[in-house]
Design a protein around this ligand. Structure first.
Ligand SMILES: Nc1ncnc2c1ncn2[C@@H]1O[C@H](COP(=O)(O)OP(=O)(O)OP(=O)(O)O)[C@@H](O)[C@H]1O
Length: 243
């Protein structure tokens, strides 16, 4: 694969918390406009890896580059949309006020902010709930609003840590359709997941187990290489634990 189109480069990244090594010598390139899934059981290191992509954690060794710039880089923040595993929303504000607040942080204002708010609310199906305070939202609604905030400033790279946890299958399907549409527009999407049907929808997958990247490829390649019928079976064949 050409490195010209590569927008994420992870080079020999290792990470330890005290004596616990949670990422072991990970190297990976992610191309512009692909949906890249990070798949692995709980504790495999997915969140730690995506936090390094955003610049929230710094590797113990190795380097991470986004758009060929070493992370962490404040100036890249406007080009990145990040949705953390736990929602970072203001509970006493309404959904609309949360969007306005985060939109302003990203430099959006006036008609552009209004237009983007309407677009992202439609994607996550929250248009009718903008006046409610977050403290009255369900877990799934909070996830959806967090996703809307990550999308608000039309970032070139979207980094999503388990974006569809707590979201029902119908809405999950429509959110994945939105991801496909964004990808067609050139957005690169990196998503962590445990969900098999989501893994199948990714252009490529990286399988993580105990901090080791045990396999990388398209869902089809990973299944063919292991003669597996499913991604889960392929994961087990590569030496993964149960997802
Ligand atoms: N700040 C931290 N301090 C100490 N240990 C940490 C810290 N963050 C993560 N870990 C440890 O690193 C390991 C990997 O955690 P991580 O959250 O990256 O896994 P994950 O694959 O995202 O899991 P899950 O799917 O449950 O979110 C775990 O053993 C976790 O306890």
């Amino acid at each position: 694969m050409s490195t010209e189109e590569s927008v994420v480069q992870i080079e020999n990244v290792s990470m330890a918390f005290g004596k616990q090594v949670v990422l072991k010598d990970i190297s990976l390139q992610i191309q512009k406009g692909e949906i890249f899934g990070l798949l692995g059981p709980s504790g495999a290191g997915k969140t730690t890896l995506v936090k390094q992509l955003v610049g929230l954690e710094i590797p113990s060794s190795g380097e991470v580059f986004l758009f060929h710039e070493k992370m962490p880089s404040l100036k890249l923040m406007k080009r990145i949309g990040y949705m953390a595993q736990s929602d970072a929303l203001y509970g006493e504000l309404t959904a609309k006020e949360n969007l306005q607040f985060f939109g302003t942080l990203y430099g959006l204002k006036g008609n552009r902010l209004q237009h983007r708010m309407e677009e992202v609310l439609k994607i996550v199906d929250l248009t009718d709930h903008t006046k409610k305070t977050i403290s009255s939202f369900s877990g799934g609604m909070k996830r959806r609003l967090s996703l809307a905030i990550a999308l608000l400033h039309s970032p070139e790279i979207l980094i999503l840590d388990e974006p569809t946890v707590g979201i029902d299958p119908v809405l999950r399907k429509s959110i994945w359709q939105a991801f496909q549409m964004l990808r067609e527009q050139g957005t690169t999407i990196i998503v962590t997941t445990h969900v098999m049907d989501e893994a199948e929808k990714c252009d490529r997958l990286g399988m993580l187990r105990d901090g080791v990247l045990i396999a990388v490829g398209t869902p089809e390649q990973l299944k063919i290489q292991t003669s597996a019928k499913s991604i889960e079976e392929a994961f087990l064949t590569y030496g993964g634990a149960h997802l």
